[in-house]
Write a protein that binds this ligand. Structure first.
Ligand code: ZN
Length: 433
């Protein structure tokens, strides 16, 4: 099949090509060339005329909590006063501890549809539901398979409920990693330095190594964790992970809001990957992650929604704007860099091979975005036009591994009203428990 757009972003971050397209064969990109050349060389191919649209790699959401949608609008007595209160009085008690399989499955299906609508083709999910063990990841995996996304699933193992519950969480991850098939795979995951012992953390890394998987942890989302680590271990969280011998290129650290210059240097030296969530950092009052410094240091960074605001264009706008305000410098985080982080950067952070670019031999994970702006789109402004003035409603088509999942803005094979109704019923049940 030939896809012939007005603009092609084949290598995210680099200038787009005008009137270039791709030829898709099976699950891969076979050829990248000018549209006219493709038409000439492959006259018998099915042709997808995408005039007025931009063809780009699909977005990679490097950190979400699909169940998080169930907490959107949940009644609260009062707003949490800080990050620790957010976890203890709100998220753990009212959300995580009440989740069951039916709620998780409803939210997972809704999340898959929402991601497809917003151009996301790959994602990493972190499920936090200590009383839904075991079997919750297998239930999620079945849904992700059916919707056709490239998904990495994990359960956030924690000893905060009990040591036995922590072990169940680790086992859930191992089983998910070993059950990988098609586009769905697993990752090892534990919570933080303040809910997991040193032995437990080492065990998580050992199990990941045995099963050739990455390990995810939330790191210093607010000031609570660095203060805890300094009080209990005499060092900051990334320094503590290094002290335990686990800070390495198999670690994906999400958030990293309250980290020091020395921690940034350690992350770069050890190859620790990072997931940046500009919008949810605001939600919990955690602060602003030093992403420009992490990028300068050479850390591999991707973007994530954290299950909070899932339209990936909004996440990109957050990453584009928040650091300019914080640094009082409009030059930081230019649009082409943000687009790179949302695509190839995210794929690298998740260790997805041949995902994130449109080049021969790379996966046909792509999206078409309506690019008819009120001012002329051109090579010099396309990334800015897309990052600032588009949203999920402009995503016209999505393909994952060569399979069309969205066409003309419609998610194929899904009754969106039914998915929403099931999610609303699950949320009502969660709020009532
Ligand atoms: Zn998170």
């Amino acid at each position: 099949m030939l896809i012939l757009p007005s603009f092609l972003i084949d290598e995210p971050g680099k200038p787009p090509n005008v009137e270039w397209g791709v030829r898709v064969v099976g699950d891969q990109i076979a050829t990248v060339a000018p549209n006219a050349e493709l038409r000439r060389a492959y006259p018998d191919d099915e042709t997808w005329d995408a005039t007025g649209q931009t063809l780009s790699p699909g977005f990679v959401n490097t950190h979400t909590h699909l169940y998080g949608v169930l907490a959107h609008g949940i009644p609260l007595d009062r707003a949490p006063s800080d990050f620790w209160a957010f976890l203890k009085d709100f998220w753990w008690r009212l959300v995580e501890d009440r989740l069951d399989h039916d709620m998780i499955c409803a939210a997972t299906d809704h999340g898959c549809v929402e991601m497809l609508r917003s151009g996301v083709t790959s994602f990493y999910d972190c499920l936090e539901a200590p009383h839904a063990l075991p079997g919750c990841l297998a239930a999620q995996a079945a849904i992700v398979h059916a919707r056709g996304l490239r998904g990495i699933l994990s359960f956030e193992a924690t000893e905060r409920v009990s040591q036995a519950n922590g072990q169940l969480g680790l086992r859930e991850n191992v089983e998910c990693i070993r059950a990988a098939r098609g586009l769905v795979s697993g990752m090892m995951c534990f919570h933080t330095t303040f809910t997991c012992s040193a032995d437990f953390i080492r065990q998580a890394f050992d199990l990941a190594r045995e099963n050739n998987a990455l390990v995810h942890a939330h790191v210093s989302e607010g000031t609570h964790e660095p203060e805890y680590a300094l009080n209990h271990f005499g060092m900051r969280p990334i320094e503590y992970y290094d002290h335990l011998g686990v800070a390495c290129d198999k670690m994906l650290a999400s958030q990293c809001v309250q980290i020091s210059a020395r921690e940034i240097e350690l992350m770069a030296r050890r190859g620790v990957r990072m997931s940046h969530m500009p919008l949810s950092n605001c939600e919990v009052g955690g602060g602003i992650a030093p992403v420009p410094d992490l990028l300068t240091a050479g850390v591999t960074v991707g973007l994530g929604s954290d299950g909070y605001i899932n339209d990936f264009f909004e996440v990109m706008r957050g990453a584009f704007l928040i650091h300019k305000a914080h640094r009082q410098d409009p030059r930081v985080m230019p649009a082409n860099q943000v687009w790179y982080l949302a695509t190839e950067g995210g794929a690298r952070a998740l260790d997805l091979k041949n995902v994130g670019r449109l080049a021969p031999g790379w996966q046909a994970d792509l999206q078409l975005i309506d690019s008819q702006f009120p001012t002329p789109a051109a090579v010099h402004n396309l990334y800015d036009q897309l990052v600032l003035y588009r949203n999920h409603a402009h995503v016209r088509a999505v393909m994952i591994a060569g399979q069309t999942r969205v066409r003309d803005g419609v998610v194929l094979g899904v009754d969106e009203d039914a998915v929403r109704a099931r999610t609303r019923a699950a949320a009502s049940r969660l709020w009532a428990t």
